[in-house]
Design a protein around this ligand. Structure first.
Ligand code: CKP
Ligand code: MG
Length: 312
């Protein structure tokens, strides 16, 4: 495997009309979850990816499993739970800039993920372990699973890439801050959004934030600045990458996961850090042009055509 990740994927319901969801009558169902969004982005670019998770032994679980598998992600490490349901969530689009998320995922099958379901050799045989801050927020056993997986990756000299992905609906600020910092300290590469950096360290200054992460032992820090692009900092190189111009944002959710796919793909292709970050910015931008969290993730052909656009 090139990249292995672990986390919850749910059925996503989006009203077919914008505005307050109480007036919505028709919904489209799709599949989404930060970790599989990134794994699917990588698979679409030709990388080998695997997903560790649990789904309910129900129709939604079958849908999620077959949809993730159809995108080329290995699902051999996904177990089914006959006592807990597959999580679902709703995405209310008041307008393109104002999106509200409603989770129905408490006590879902994925929240019962536990270290007993994690096979050491699966992580020992991957190049990168990709973690987000959503999984440790789901339950204590999910938190234990994350630390266990990181421990295995470290033991086998594998790189750990971490997106803090703060979800304040899932846990208290205090717990989130403590746990996310503890994970960051064990990661080789951290990919926070500027707001997440601010949440963890109380500053929005990219260079200052990068230094603070370095002081916590993180070798490579890449800070996402939304449409403005990103700032990267490692011992050998640092700098700003400009964002790609998006004419019309259709749906901003999933951009961060696309960004992670771009960075990881660049690393796997042996690009310089600057080029990796550029690929991240390009994919993040492309994701926002399409409705849904995975539907805008490009294959190589689309990515190349997009990055060759004048002004991009
Ligand atoms: O930070 P992003 O907008 O890239 O993440 C979006 C995903 O996993 C979305 O697919 C949703 O399922 C989630 O984050 C979540 O649990 O919030
Ligand atoms: Mg994010």
């Amino acid at each position: 495997m090139d990249v292995v990740s672990m986390g919850e994927t749910m059925v996503l319901f989006t009203p077919d009309t914008q505005g307050q969801m109480r007036y919505a009558r028709n919904f489209s169902s799709k599949m989404a979850g930060a970790e599989t969004n990134t794994l699917i982005g990588l698979a679409k670019l030709g990388h080998k990816t695997g997903w560790i998770s649990r789904v309910g032994k129900d129709e939604f679980g079958s849908f999620v499993l077959s949809a993730v598998r159809a995108e080329g992600v290995d699902t051999s490490q996904v177990t089914t739970d006959k006592n807990a349901p597959t999580g679902i969530f709703f995405k209310e689009m008041l307008n393109e800039k104002n999106v509200r998320i409603y989770y129905h995922r408490k006590y879902s099958a994925a929240s019962f993920l536990d270290p007993i379901y994690i096979k050491e050799e699966y992580i020992a045989n991957t190049k990168y372990l990709y973690i987000t801050g959503i999984t440790p927020a789901l339950s204590q056993s999910c938190r234990d699973s994350i630390f266990y997986a990181i421990e295995i990756a470290k033991k086998h000299g594998k790189k750990v890439v971490f997106d803090p992905n703060i979800r304040r609906k899932l846990w208290s600020d205090e717990e989130a801050r403590k746990t996310l910092l503890a994970i960051a300290e064990m990661a080789d590469i951290v990919l926070p959004g500027i707001n997440e950096g601010e949440f963890l360290f109380g500053t929005e200054d990219c260079e200052e934030l990068a230094e603070l992460f370095h002081n916590h032992g993180v070798a490579t820090v890449i800070i996402k600045r939304g449409e403005k692009g990103a700032y990267y900092s490692a011992s050998s190189e640092k700098g700003y990458v400009q964002g790609f111009k998006v004419e019309k944002v259709v749906d901003p959710v999933g951009a961060g996961d696309g960004f992670a796919a771009g960075v990881l793909s660049g690393l796997l292709d042996g690009l310089t850090l600057e080029k990796c970050v550029q690929r991240g910015c390009a994919i993040g931008a492309l994701v926002t042009t399409v409705s849904g969290d995975i539907e805008g993730l490009p294959d190589r052909e689309i990515l190349e055509a997009y990055t060759e656009l004048p002004g991009s």
